[in-house]
Design a protein around this ligand. Sequence first.
Ligand code: CMP
Length: 139
Amino acid sequence: MTERTLVLIKPDGVARRLVGEILGRVERKGLSITALELKTADRELAGKHYAEHEGRPFYPGLLEFITSGPLVAAVLEGPRAIAAFRQIAGGTDPVEKAVPGTVRGDLALDGQQNLVHGSDSVESAEREIALWFPHLARS
Ligand code: CMP
């Protein structure tokens, strides 16, 4: 079934010039990029995006990091796009969870500056797409 997912290449990915490397992996996997934008998130957008993590010890640092510079927001589409991108990304912890062959397993070390975000469910994807690309929201 075709799905949509919201992906961020976080500020560390842009600063490290890994945008092409990461989007190349997405395209080689067979997912389509249907929206793509370079932007710097303000705290309001970042807070809404990560609302589920409010109160966690890493939340203030996460907002600081995600608003620290330009990031790339994208909508990807394809069969099982949500799981497919999470497979490409690898687990949240780039050392303990992400395996070699994944973006985080190959290219990241830090649990917070872990290069990418991908929606974790259809509901999250639709909520996140509406935040980052309001014109693509489905009501
Ligand atoms: P992401 O997949 O975008 O979802 C939440 C983000 O919070 C996660 O990637 C990391 O960037 C960050 N994060 C999750 N767990 C931790 C942690 N234990 N310490 C610091 N940052 C974290």
